[in-house]
Structure formats: C-alpha cells, structure tokens
Design a binder for this molecule. Structure first.
Ligand SMILES: Cc1cc2nc3c(=O)[nH]c(=O)nc-3n(C[C@H](O)[C@H](O)[C@H](O)COP(=O)(O)OP(=O)(O)OC[C@H]3O[C@@H](n4cnc5c(N)ncnc54)[C@H](O)[C@@H]3O)c2cc1C
Length: 493
C-alpha cells in the first residue's frame, strides 16, 4: 500500500497503547494525527510494575520529568532482582543492573574473578557490583556522575493515566468505546474500526495494543502465534496488592516454588505481589493460597487469575497494522521486559515511519529486528528455568531436562567450558546480566583466561580488594533508599 500515512490509530489504552500514543504525539505529532481508542468497560490487564533501565532513555526522549513521573506513579527505584530458590531450594543470588567488575581488552571480568578464586580470593561475584551492594544495604542516590544504573517500580494503572494526560496535552485524541467490527479494504489492509456506538474511526496505520485479545493482528489479520510454552511452561499468574508494612526496598524479589515463582515489588504506597505458575502442576486454588500464604501486610485487592500463553506473533507488522504489547506476544515477567519491548518497538517504528506509504522492505526490517531482540530475551528467561539443580518437583525436572533453543545451548556450553560470553546485535541483556544469572543459577566454569596469571598474587589480591573497597566506600556514603524517595519524589497519596 503506497498511501501516505497521515492518521495513526492506536487501538487500546493499556500501558502499551498510552506509551505508543505518548511517543507518537511527542515526536511525530506535527506530522501525523494520533487517535487512541479504548474501552473502559473492557479495561486493561492492570499489571506490569517492574521495569528496566532503558526506560530512562525513553523518558528522556519524550522529555518526561523524572520526579514528576515518580510522584504521579508512586514509583521507587530498582537496582535489580533478588532470586531465591532458583538454582536450589535455599539459594539466593542477585541480578543487578550495571556492569560488574572491569574487563580487560583480552578477557572479561569473570576470568579475573575466577583466577582470584583459584588463588583463594573468595569474595562473591556480587561484591564487585555497585548496584548489588547498594541494594543489599537498601541505599540509593542519583549521582551527578550517573554511576548507579537503575530503573523503577511503578503503579501500572497510574502510569497509563500519567501518559494519557501527557499525550492529550500534546494533542492526541482519545475515543472511548468498544470496537464492534473491524473494516478492511479489498486488499486486506485495515480501513476503519466500527464502535458499538455506531461511530466509525478511519485511519491509515493501526497500532494494535488490544492486549491478549489481539483484535487486529490476530482476530482480523489472522497472523499466526508461535507458541513457546514448551520452553516457558508457566501459563497463569495471580496478582494481589498489599499494604506496605516496611520502607520500600530498591529491588524486586522473585522466589521460586515447586511450580513457578512469586514476585514482590514494593512501591511507595503499596506492594505488588503475584504468583506465576504452570497450571499443569498447580491448580488455581493452590496458586491463590500459596500467594496469600506468602505475602506480608493486608491485601488491598482480590486475587484474580490471568491466563496467558508464552510466545510471539509470526510477524509484528503486517499490512498496515503493527502489534505492540501483549497483542504481539508475551514472555513472562521474570526479568520485567515487556514494557521495554514496546518502548523500543514504538521507537523503532518511528525511526522507520512510512510517511510516504508502507513498503515491504521496511516491514521486513522492522519484523526481523523486533523478532531478533525478543528471541534473545526469551533465551535469557529460559536460562533461569533450565540451569538449575532443582529436581524436587515434576515442574523443575521438566525444566532441567527440556530441550532448549540451540542459541541458548551454545551460550551455556561456551560459558561452562570456556567462561566466555559473546553478545550479538540487539541484545537487551548485557554481559554482566548473563554472568550474574549463569553463576547465580549454579554454573561455575573451571577455565579462566590465562592473561591474568601474568599478574603477581600480590597485584591480583590488591586489585580485587581495591575494587571491592571502592564499592563499599561509595555505598556507605549513600542515603537509605526510603529517605531518598521521601526527599526526591514522595507521592501525595
Ligand atoms: C502477570 C503479569 C505481570 C507482568 N509484569 C510486568 C512487569 O513487571 N514489567 C513489565 O515490563 N511488564 C509486565 N507485564 C506485561 C505488562 O503488563 C504489559 O506488557 C503491559 O501492561 C501492556 O499491556 P497492553 O497495553 O498490551 O494490554 P492491556 O493492558 O490488556 O490493554 C488492552 C487495551 O485494549 C483495549 N481493548 C481491547 N479490546 C478492545 C475492544 N474490542 N474495543 C476497545 N478497546 C479494546 C482495552 O480496553 C485496553 O485499553 C506483566 C504481564 C502479566 C500478565
């Protein structure tokens, strides 16, 4: 289709829809009209509280003020994720943001650390991470030098409202109404949405943000779904919110149980909790009970079961429809990646924006880049389940012995045998993330690069202990997280 694109319809007003509308109206609002259609009656999925650091770059792009955003959404800072019971029951490790240790030109930091261990320097890998140590001490500050890498925990409903106001102030138009029918041109492109009220909303490009229902990409355009549940078998979640009973910690806790895991995400005004589980090995009732047995503080919402299937659409952009958010696919929330995926998706779309009409090479390029990035995320999540010593339940035995994608299998072997990690293009998770999770889940390579053995033992010990000392000095000077929040961005309610 070579028609000019002058009117963009964002279909759905969950986090994905309002993120898309905010970015489009801020960056391209002078060139195209932005209209968002949503139905309050249908509502949103209402979860999605933990984020990752690239969200800050997205906010910067849109000129969103951090303090204003944090006050509006009850947000706190996030330095990483604490994983409990993943490698074995009773285990604990931390996946921090930011780079751990210093790599040399020939070999990365893990070789240095492994060589140190062989010489009796037994400090944990996490002791070389500023973010892990700050999280452990519950401390945080934003330094002018920007050395701490961080993201946020936020209230998903308030975030969508915040972005709605932001978008409407920039001229985005919102239409309330349930879509009853989708009209197509004779070539299959989408022509208009017909609402139950009878109103017809025409557009040139449609961004499908209708959540798991995939109203355009699935129900209308019939783009197939590629199922990944054989690699990621959890298929349900039950969230519940509780009152805060302690100062907010600057990290998420993910605690594995016999058929999945439970999240704990502190915000300023409440705590988000949820149980992600595999329905083959745990009933809904058991899941709710397990969740309620393991939360602190009074519940403030009713637990509700959310069913999902892990996987992706075969393509995300088809004809004049681009799927963003849950309509495009879903990889479970273990590493808080979904919000980022549609932020990068809308930025990618704006970079390739088809002002003069949609051409197939652009569509193919968009799909290829988006698929590559999502599949790298998928591999990283599978790693958490597969590399485990747990055999205490059918669920964990399945995960431990299941076949995994060749791309991940190669990466695990390369690390196990050679302590090497190489990143390809479009890898969201960087070297340190892979290292913390692989080591944390129980892989300790025997090999290290011999370049470090040219150091004297004295040099080695002093270099490693200086690195740890510098980190603990910085951490000891940080204020505690809650007092920083109270000063910087305390929410009014
Ligand atoms: C259990 C769980 C936990 C999660 N945790 C995280 C996390 O910690 N971090 C993270 O980054 N992500 C997380 N996610 C993902 C995150 O919640 C979603 O990616 C995000 O909320 C985006 O959802 P959405 O906007 O695509 O869909 P939704 O929120 O479902 O919005 C769909 C919209 O489409 C509209 N709509 C649908 N059909 C129609 C119709 N017929 N007519 C009119 N309007 C319609 C609805 O009204 C709604 O406005 C989690 C997801 C789940 C399931």
């Amino acid at each position: 289709m070579h028609n000019n694109i002058k009117k963009v319809i964002v279909v759905g007003g969950g986090t994905a829809g309002w993120v898309a509308a905010a970015a489009m109206s801020k960056k391209l609002g002078k060139l195209v009209d932005v209209v968002l259609v949503e139905s309050e009656q249908i509502g949103t999925v209402g979860v999605g509280e933990a984020t990752i650091p690239p969200m800050r770059a997205f906010h910067k792009l849109l000129g969103i003020d951090e303090q204003e955003f944090m006050r509006a959404t009850g947000a706190v800072f996030k330095l990483g994720i604490e994983f409990k019971n993943w490698g074995q029951v009773g285990d604990r490790y931390f996946h921090p943001f930011g780079a751990t240790g210093q790599s040399s030109y020939l070999a990365d930091f893990q070789s240095f650390w492994l060589y140190g261990k062989s010489k009796g320097v037994n400090a944990d890998f996490e002791e070389y991470s500023l973010e892990a140590q700050a999280a452990k001490a519950n401390r945080f500050a934003i330094s002018n030098k920007g050395s701490i890498n961080f993201a946020y925990h936020l209230d998903a409903t308030r975030y969508a409202q915040f972005l709605r106001e932001f978008s409407e102030n920039l001229g985005a138009k919102r239409i309330e109404g349930k879509i009853h029918q989708v009209q197509q041109h004779s070539d299959g492109h989408i022509k208009a949405l017909q609402l139950e009220s009878g109103e017809v909303v025409e557009g040139d490009l449609f961004i499908d943000c209708t959540g798991f229902s995939g109203l355009l990409i699935d129900k209308t355009l019939k783009v197939p779904f590629l199922d990944w549940s054989h690699w990621l078998p959890c298929d349900r979640a039950v969230p519940v919110q509780t009152e805060s009973i302690e100062p907010a910690k600057p990290y998420v806790t993910c605690t594995a149980h016999r058929a999945g895991w439970q999240w704990h995400i502190p915000l300023q005004h409440k705590v988000g909790n949820g149980n992600v589980f595999c329905s083959e090995f745990m009933s809904d009732d058991e899941a709710v009970q397990h969740l309620l047995n393991n939360v602190q503080g009074q519940t403030t919402t009713e637990p509700r079961i959310i069913k999902y299937k892990t996987g992706r659409r075969k393509v995300f952009w088809h004809r004049n429809c681009v799927a963003l958010g849950l309509s495009s696919g879903f990889v479970e929330p273990l590493e808080s990646t979904s919000i980022y995926m549609f932020m990068i998706g809308i930025v990618r779309l704006m970079r390739m924006f088809p002002f003069d009409g949609i051409t197939q090479p652009v569509v193919d390029e968009y799909n290829q880049q988006s698929i590559e990035e999502l599949e790298n995320v998928r591999d990283f999540i599978i790693l958490h389940y597969h590399v485990t010593a747990r055999e205490d339940s059918e669920f964990w035995r399945y995960c431990k012995y299941m076949d995994i994608p060749e791309s991940l299998s190669h990466r695990i072997k390369l690390f196990k045998d050679n302590s090497l990690v190489f990143l390809g293009e479009r890898e969201l998770f960087r070297l340190s993330s892979w290292l913390h999770v692989m080591l944390g889940q129980g892989i300790t390579p025997n090999y290290y690069h011999k370049i470090f053995s040219t150091m004297s033992d004295k040099e080695l010990v002093s270099h490693l202990s200086n690195t740890r000392r510098t980190i603990s000095d910085v951490v000891s000077k940080l204020p505690d997280h809650q007092s920083f929040i109270d000063r910087y961005c305390k929410t009014l309610s």
